[in-house]
Ligand binder design. Structure first.
Ligand code: PSV
Ligand code: MN
Length: 444
């Protein structure tokens, strides 16, 4: 018999069930109406599926929560922590469990080391009691830590000085060791290495040094692990970043080893970049590793996924589904890591993360409703308007009853934000948490 999960007062299953009982019949009505509409329009028949099957697929989309995203974020101009926010990694796990419990779609946590490190047995025990496990683990060589021998001010894995590179590689290896002990299966590497002045970097040599450092990390990975390499065009380096775009990351991965994959952080693109096309090309090379979900208006502003460009998120999921179909028909499977990487500067992080799970599932559900056979017909008939309208038709379907039903079937909340707000969870934590409100939480 499996062990009962630890309840986190005041969020109990009774509270969720009571709220669900109040809105259940309205949901059943909306769900049945959507089913009738999709049947009448022939959408489900064309896809060879049922609404229940679609709901189950949506319920399977599970996003890993960033340990650093459970505290209030901030900018270099300041940080405004809210009451009751978590201080320790264990309190972050407690809050992650609330997001999972209410959303039914966030059962794993991605740790950032050394921000959220702890003794592995304690981490596994605490997470396990809450029904959580650990996803990809993140290393940090973009900051100096107290007591660190050599500085990363002028780079880490690309540094001209071999001793600095050695220290950065060793840090990654120690992160893998911790990851192994807590059940992670991937290491995510993002480096801030770059230059602030033209001429400062020897571009080619810097990139070669990164690729060779990544190669050494790759060769030390357990056999069932993957190395996820993240790119970013600017910040902290303001003139040039060594791994600045997907092409550079792809090259670094191909050089580092066969289990290295590119990680697409949605905020890490220059304005106007066609991210869905990048996703398709990376998948075609067999090097699409996963995502850091967020959204942006200007740059790497890390706002809630789907809050600014929901159509882009939908188009990205369309390409993921296409890549999955292609992988399946070639006898393989895509193994993608879905993680959230957002900064919650003014929202309650728990609420923002629940909303993110909803937005990702919304985009995914709509993308599952695209009739790909008809889309190929429009593509081969060179019919741009037909193709565009077909995508828009799927995007315009109100899939919220599917998302709510997916939650209900997982004993999560039909209306998760309402349950969270009525529970008084934050106020209860504010009374007992002793986080240093000036320093707790990561700044993303
Ligand atoms: C960098 O901007 C990034 O996207 C990387 O994933 C980091 O690990 C994370 O944010 C936290 O700062
Ligand atoms: Mn990221």
């Amino acid at each position: 018999m499996s062990k009962p999960l630890r309840e986190l007062p005041p969020i109990t299953q009774e509270l969720i069930d009571a709220s669900n009982a109040e809105v259940s019949s309205a949901l059943e009505e909306d769900y049945a109406a959507l089913e009738r509409q999709l049947e009448r329009r022939g959408v489900l028949r064309a896809l060879g599926t049922t609404l229940d099957e679609l709901t189950s697929r949506v319920a399977e989309l599970d996003l890993a929560l960033p340990s650093w995203g459970l505290g209030t974020g901030g900018t270099r101009f300041g940080r405004f922590p809210g009451p009751g926010e978590p201080g320790s990694v264990f309190e972050k796990l407690d809050d992650a469990a609330v997001v999972n419990r209410l959303s039914g779609g966030a059962s794993r946590v991605s740790l950032h080391i050394p921000w959220d490190g702890a003794e592995p047995a304690a981490l596994v025990g605490h997470a396990g009691a809450l029904g959580l496990s650990f996803d990809a683990i993140n290393s940090n060589t973009f900051q100096d830590q107290s007591g660190q021998k050599l500085s990363y001010r002028l780079g880490s894995l690309s540094h001209p000085d071999g001793a600095v590179r050695r220290q950065a590689i060793d840090h990654n290896l120690s992160v893998v060791e911790l990851g192994r002990a807590i059940g992670s299966k991937a290491l995510t590497v993002w480096i801030g290495d770059g230059a602030d002045a033209p001429g400062q970097l020897h571009f080619r040599r810097s990139l070669e040094r990164v690729a060779s450092s990544l190669g050494e990390i790759h060769s030390a990975l357990p056999v069932d692990w993957r190395l996820l390499v993240e790119y970013k065009p600017y910040e902290p380096a303001f003139y040039a970043s060594v791994i600045q775009d997907w092409g550079t990351a792809l090259w670094a991965c191909e050089t580092a080893g066969d289990r290295a994959r590119v990680l697409v952080d949605l905020g890490h693109h220059l304005p106007g970049a066609n991210i869905e096309q990048i996703v398709a090309y990376l998948a075609a090379r067999g090097r699409l590793g996963g995502f850091h979900l967020n959204d942006s208006k200007y740059g790497d502003d890390d706002v809630t996924a789907g809050s600014i460009k929901p159509y882009q998120l939908f188009l990205i999921f369309c390409e993921i589904i296409e890549a999955e179909r292609e992988a399946r028909s070639a006898g393989g499977a895509l193994d993608l890591a879905y993680m959230i990487d957002q900064s919650h500067n003014t929202k309650d992080p728990i609420e923002a993360l629940i909303a993110t799970v909803q937005e990702a599932r919304k985009a995914y559900a709509r993308a599952l409703l695209v009739d790909r056979v008809r889309l190929y017909e429009h593509q081969t008939a060179c019919d741009p308007l037909g193709a565009e309208l077909l995508l828009k038709d799927a995007f315009d379907i109100d899939v919220r009853p599917v998302l709510a039903m997916a939650r209900k079937r997982k004993q999560a909340a039909i209306d998760p934000i309402a349950v969270f707000r009525s529970s008084g969870y934050r106020a209860a934590r504010a009374l007992e948490r002793t986080a240093d409100r000036k320093t707790g939480g990561g700044i993303v």
